[in-house]
Design a protein around this ligand. Structure first.
Ligand SMILES: NC(=O)c1ccc[n+]([C@@H]2O[C@H](COP(=O)([O-])OP(=O)(O)OC[C@H]3O[C@@H](n4cnc5c(N)ncnc54)[C@H](O)[C@@H]3O)[C@@H](O)[C@H]2O)c1
Length: 328
C-alpha cells in the first residue's frame, strides 16, 4: 500500500518523504514542480510530474499503486501574491484541491493529512492560539486553506473520509539532504542566511514599532523535522481509526525578527546588515501556537525545535547547497 504525497518535491514535502521512507513506508510523489525540486527526491521514488487536479493522472497513479492515504502538501503559498492574484490561489489550492479530493474518494482513499496554516486564524484573538480560536483569514491564501478545511469536514460527513488538518506555524530548518529553497524566497530564516552569505545586501525588517519588546513581530518557528514527524503520527492516528481533527503545529514559543537575526549572527559568526522598512499591512504582531492538542491527540511534541538547532541545520544545509543565483 502506498502513500500519495502531493507537493512531495517541495520543502516540507521532501523532508516528510525522507522521514516516511526511513520508516519503511512506500511513497508516491505527485508534484508539478512549479516550486519543488526533483533532486530533493531519491531517484527510486515513484514520481509523477503533474497537477493535483488532473483526474486522468490520478486514475493512472491509482492504477499503478494501491493508494492507502494521501498527505496533501501541494499548494501555492505566497501570502503577498495571493492578495494581488487571488484567482490564481483559489484555482490552484481550492479548485484543483477539490478535484484531488474527488479523485481520492473515487479511488477509495479515505485517509488524508492536510497542510493547513496558522494564516486561517488571521489576527489572533488570544495568544497562544488554540484550535478553538476564531478563524478569519486576512488574505486569500489563508482563505484557500480555510475552505479546504471545510471541504474535508464535509467529505468526512458525506463519504467517511477521515482527515487531520495540521495548522503549521513557521516551518524552518533542514535535514542533511533537504532544505528550504523557494524562488523567490519570502521566509525570514533563509533570507537572513542569504544576507549572512552576502547574497542579499541586507535583511529587510518590516516594521520596528509593533507592541513587542523590541518592536519587531514575534513568530513561532517549528523545525521541519518535527513537522514531518507530526504527519507520520497523524497518518498512524488515522490508521488506528482515529477521528478527523484540526491541530496546531508550533513550538509554543515565539521569537522576534531581531532575535532570529541575532541567533543567525551567533551561529554563522557573520555580519548581517539590517534595513528597517515600513510594516506590511495585515502582519500580526504575535503568532504563537498552543500545541497542547497535538500532544493530546497524536502524542506529538517538538523535539528539535529550539531556535539554535533550527538555524544551525538551515545554515549547514545552505553551506552544502550554494545557490546558483541569489534571490534579489
Ligand atoms: N512553509 C511554511 O512555513 C508553511 C506554513 C504553513 C503552511 N504551509 C503549507 O505547507 C505546504 C508545503 O509548504 P512548503 O513550504 O513546503 O511549500 P513548497 O512550495 O516548497 O511546496 C509545495 C509544493 O507543491 C507543489 N504544487 C503546488 N501546486 C501544485 C499543484 N496544483 N499540483 C501539483 N503540485 C503543486 C509545488 O511545486 C511545490 O513543490 C503548503 O501547502 C503550504 O501552504 C507551509
Amino acid at each position: 500500500m502506498a502513500i500519495l504525497v502531493t507537493g512531495g518535491a517541495g520543502y516540507i514535502g521532501s523532508v516528510t518523504v525522507e522521514r516516511l521512507r526511513a520508516k519503511g513506508e512506500h511513497v508516491v510523489v505527485l508534484d508539478d514542480l512549479v516550486q519543488g525540486h526533483r533532486l530533493a527526491l531519491d531517484e527510486d521514488i515513484p514520481f509523477y510530474q503533474g497537477n493535483i487536479g488532473d483526474r486522468a493522472l490520478l486514475a493512472c497513479i491509482a492504477r499503478d499503486h494501491e493508494l492507502e492515504a494521501c498527505i496533501h502538501f501541494a499548494a501555492l503559498a505566497y501570502v503577498g501574491e495571493s492578495v494581488t492574484q487571488p484567482g490564481k490561489y483559489f484555482e490552484n489550492n481550492v479548485q484543483q484541491g477539490i478535484e484531488l479530493m474527488r479523485a481520492l474518494v473515487h479511488e477509495g482513499v479515505r485517509r488524508v493529512v492536510f497542510s493547513s496554516t496558522c494564516a486561517t486564524y488571521g489576527e489572533p484573538e488570544q495568544i497562544p492560539i488554540t484550535e478553538q480560536c476564531r478563524q478569519w483569514p486576512k488574505n486569500p491564501y489563508g482563505w484557500t486553506k480555510f475552505f479546504m478545511e471545510r471541504l474535508l469536514d464535509c467529505y468526512d460527513t458525506a463519504y467517511g473520509l477521515k482527515f487531520i488538518a495540521l495548522r503549521y506555524f513557521n516551518a524552518a530548518g533542514a535535514t542533511e539532504k533537504c532544505g528550504e529553497q523557494h524562488e523567490p524566497e519570502t521566509h525570514l530564516i533563509p533570507n537572513v542566511l542569504s544576507a549572512a552569505l552576502g547574497e542579499l545586501p541586507a535583511i529587510r525588517v518590516f516594521g520596528n514599532n509593533y507592541p513587542t519588546p523590541d518592536g519587531t513581530p514575534i513568530r513561532d518557528y517549528i523545525h521541519v523535522i518535527d513537522l514531518a514527524d507530526a504527519h507520520i503520527r497523524a497518518l498512524e492516528h488515522l490508521r488506528r481509526g482515529g477521528k478527523s481533527d484540526f491541530l496546531n503545529l508550533g513550538s509554543g514559543r515565539g521569537f522576534s525578527v531581531l532575535e532570529v537575526i541575532e541567533r543567525v549572527r551567533e551561529v554563522t559568526g557573520r555580519e548581517i546588515p539590517v534595513r528597517i522598512e515600513s510594516p506590511r499591512p495585515g502582519d500580526p504582531s504575535r503568532l504563537i501556537a498552543d500545541p497542547a492538542k497535538a500532544k493530546a491527540v497524536l502524542g506529538w511534541e517538538p523535539a528539535v525545535s529550539d531556535l539554535r538547532s533550527i538555524v544551525r541545520s538551515a545554515w549547514d544545509w545552505r553551506l552544502r547547497h550554494p545557490r546558483v543565483s541569489a534571490a534579489g
